[in-house]
Design a protein around this ligand. Sequence first.
Ligand SMILES: NC(=O)c1ccc[n+]([C@@H]2O[C@H](COP(=O)([O-])OP(=O)(O)OC[C@H]3O[C@@H](n4cnc5c(N)ncnc54)[C@H](OP(=O)(O)O)[C@@H]3O)[C@@H](O)[C@H]2O)c1
Length: 462
Amino acid sequence: MARGIKAVGLEDSPGGSGREDAPGRVRVVPRAVRVGLLGLGTVGSGVLEVLERNRADIERKAGRGIDVARILVRDPSRARAVAVPAGLLTTDPRDILTDPEIAIVVEVMGGTGVALQSILGALRAGKHVVTANKDVMAEHGPEVWAAAAEGGADLFFEASVGGGIPIVRAVQSSLAANSVRRVAGILNGTTNYILTRMSRDGLSQEEALAEAQALGYAEADPSADIDGVDAARKLCILSSLAYSTMCRAGDVYRQGIAAISAQDIAHAARMGWTIKLLAISDMQSGRISMRVHPTFVPLGHPLAAVNDTFNAIYVQGDPVGEAMFYGRGAGALPTASAILGDLLEAVRGLDRGGARTSCPCLHQWPVDPVDALQTRFYVRLLVADRVGVLAKIASVFEHAEVSIMSVLQSPVSQRSHPDQAELIVVTHAAREDRMRDAIEGLRHLEVVAGVGALVRLAPEDL
Ligand SMILES: NC(=O)c1ccc[n+]([C@@H]2O[C@H](COP(=O)([O-])OP(=O)(O)OC[C@H]3O[C@@H](n4cnc5c(N)ncnc54)[C@H](OP(=O)(O)O)[C@@H]3O)[C@@H](O)[C@H]2O)c1
């Protein structure tokens, strides 16, 4: 049932008000801060629900009342998970952006259209912004930070990566004294849910996706998750913070999970691995590399135990060594936790004067293409089941300068493929571009009927 939301916070009088704290002693309570909320969907409703539930404590910590003064939606007639006074809803962003009484804008509408323009407009007008929008932060970071500098406003985006996991501020502040060498982890809950259900419960990818959609973990169009776009954007945001440089999502090499089949999952388990969609960024000698791809992770590795919609992020740095962050990477309430933490920070900052957040752009580290990366690969091939095939396949790898570590022949259904066999090839560490050449060569080999998923093995030092 929809919960009722109070429209105003503790104190609402311009300039604050006096309260009698103890007989004869009057404490001045600062006026409530007015907040504009852009979006009242999954996350927006969660934000209002948690704000209402924990209002007394949140306002005590903030030192002020928090008044959600206006809420932008697309369709005011839509049923909402929380009940709000109808007068709060608007379909015109200007009602929030040009209201001089609104000091903080919380953007939870998503996309890079109205959301981006609203964030830019708010920042330029000197309004502090809290956003959950990874698309905006990963694709338009320089523009957004420039607008924040122009308006002297603060920008908070904890909810844009890892849902409720406090990873953004950890990398931005708590680990700021470190020289970060690697950020790696599971950044997308939808694909992790699908891979978990395939590995643990034997579902096909189609079945696992349909279930994720029914449970609200996956969008009707799941391509941003399945293709690794979402994880790449989050990796870009974390890499920018970790290396104090402005990364672009387009610089992240990306391979999604679409080609991963039940056979790959079964072979992985037989070899002591599980498959995870890992996002990995490395800093070496002033050069960055960033990639998102399905990865075989040894079953004993902590990341192998991160299941369902959970996310986990490793940070390796000097002097901290290794730090791991784990938690719920999405969902209304975990994401609201991050948004409200940011909102509290923004409110606390109001009395301190001047912007306290700034662009992670101290450096301009070059980003390497993945071509020169040395990785161990797994590839599954459907081949003709006859004499001499193995030698032909081996010669393609040799020609591409990729050294084979092991080849396994696995039975295939004799009824559907009477003259074919399945080969599982695992390579020693090889350059990405050489392996690409090998795959290209295999595709042209007449004895190869199909090239299945290419899966990388986790780096040995992960
Ligand atoms: N869902 C999660 O678990 C999660 C986790 C982390 C981060 N995020 C991020 O949080 C943001 C919001 O996600 P969500 O899941 O809450 O989305 P959602 O459920 O689709 O809600 C979007 C809200 O924004 C409003 N809106 C969208 N476009 C609008 C427009 N052009 N003009 C006016 N209002 C508009 C919608 O209005 P109507 O209701 O009237 O349609 C709706 O209330 C996204 O950036 C997402 O990536 C989400």
